[in-house]
Design a protein around this ligand. Structure first.
Ligand code: 3HC
Length: 301
């Protein structure tokens, strides 16, 4: 059955090569998923060699885990490994038909990335953004071909979460949208078409929920209590563990975008700002014990 709002599948273009801009955790997870489900070459790019190497190594490590778990055969693992590569320049995208960016959440940075990508790809190559909250219409405003820009929003962890938000900007055409839905289907995600509105749909819900937990802590509830007081809601993760998975900087950015759009409905916690400024990955250490210094950033707020 065609998802609500999806154009006719016959308009979808074939995807034979994928480019991923950025080699952070989410980008690397996306690269693996594209290679595994589309079985086409996937090139990751990053400006920083160390980050690029780390991204490609992450993909190779995940393929090794799939092999150990018996999810892929040795032949499939070797093939997958050969499909994913890294490049420091976007020239490697010249023959790509689908390029997705997962770089820092900053409109100017994303516009710059797409300008560079447009300079090397064909006019028909789909440009997709994994933005968490930014306007598609504005992101496409400087493009030579804004009709091929589409939002393609994954959730962490990319391999596991079933939903994909597909966002149509003011200029996005039906062929682009049909290609996005066809790719989403090949990735075995359940795709929904969402309006180009601040933080789309899922991150609005997430921010309501997280915003209230953080506000309770800001108002003096001990962080440990706020974490455990929510165990009864049946969510798979505690709020601050989820914040750590998403990344405090991303969470803060989404909250700021929503606050700007709807100041009466969404607040921004100063203590969250302190956590992000501290550069800590979250309030937990890698062994999942609380980091007292990170927790102290909230104390007495
Ligand atoms: N990469 C790949 N696979 C992963 C993974 C990762 N980072 N983390 C977990 N998995 C896999 C495991 O390998 C395991 O797979 P298997 O059963 O095939 O072996 C499966 O997920 C379950 O993992 P675990 O048994 O280790 O742990 P849990 O059962 O606790 O599940 C979880 C972990 C899937 C992360 C679960 O806790 C969960 O669903 N959490 C909620 C996540 C969530 O809400 N995400 C949305 C965030 S919002 C967002 O991303 C939007 C952005 O714009 C802000």
């Amino acid at each position: 059955k065609r998802p609500a709002g999806a154009p006719d599948r016959s308009l979808a273009r074939k995807v034979t090569k994928v480019g991923v801009v950025g080699a952070g955790l989410m980008a690397s997870q996306m690269a693996l998923l594209f290679a595994r489900r589309l079985e086409v070459p996937v090139v990751l790019t990053d400006l920083d060699q160390a980050r690029l190497d780390k991204g490609v190594a992450y993909v190779h490590g995940e393929i090794a885990k799939l092999l150990t778990k018996g999810r892929v055969s040795e032949d499939q693992a070797n093939r997958l490994t050969s499909l994913v590569s890294g490049s420091l320049t976007k020239d490697a995208f010249a023959d790509a038909d689908f390029v997705i960016e997962a770089v820092f959440e900053d409109m100017a940075v994303k516009k710059q990335v797409f300008a560079e990508v447009e300079a090397v790809v064909s006019a028909e190559c789909v440009l997709a953004t994994n933005t968490s909250s930014l306007s598609l219409t504005e992101m496409g405003s400087g493009l030579a071909h804004p009709e091929r820009l589409v939002g393609f929003h994954f959730f962490n962890p990319v391999a596991v979460m079933p939903l994909l938000e597909i966002i149509k900007g003011a200029a996005t055409d039906d062929a682009t949208l049909a290609t996005a839905f066809a790719v989403g289907k090949s990735l075995k995600k359940s795709s929904v078409l969402v309006k180009d509105a601040p933080a789309f749909v899922v991150n609005r819900l997430l921010t309501c929920f997280m915003g209230e937990v953080v506000a309770a802590v800001d108002e003096g509830t001990p962080l440990e209590t706020a974490e455990h007081a929510l165990d009864g809601l049946g969510l798979p993760m505690t709020p601050f563990a989820l914040l750590q998975l998403v990344g405090p900087a991303v969470g803060l950015h989404v909250a700021e975008t929503l606050h700007e759009a709807f100041p009466d409905r969404y607040g921004v916690s100063e203590n969250m700002g302190k956590l992000v400024a501290s550069g800590k990955p979250g309030v937990y250490r890698p062994d999942f014990t609380l980091d007292p210094e990170a927790v102290a950033l909230f104390a007495g707020g």
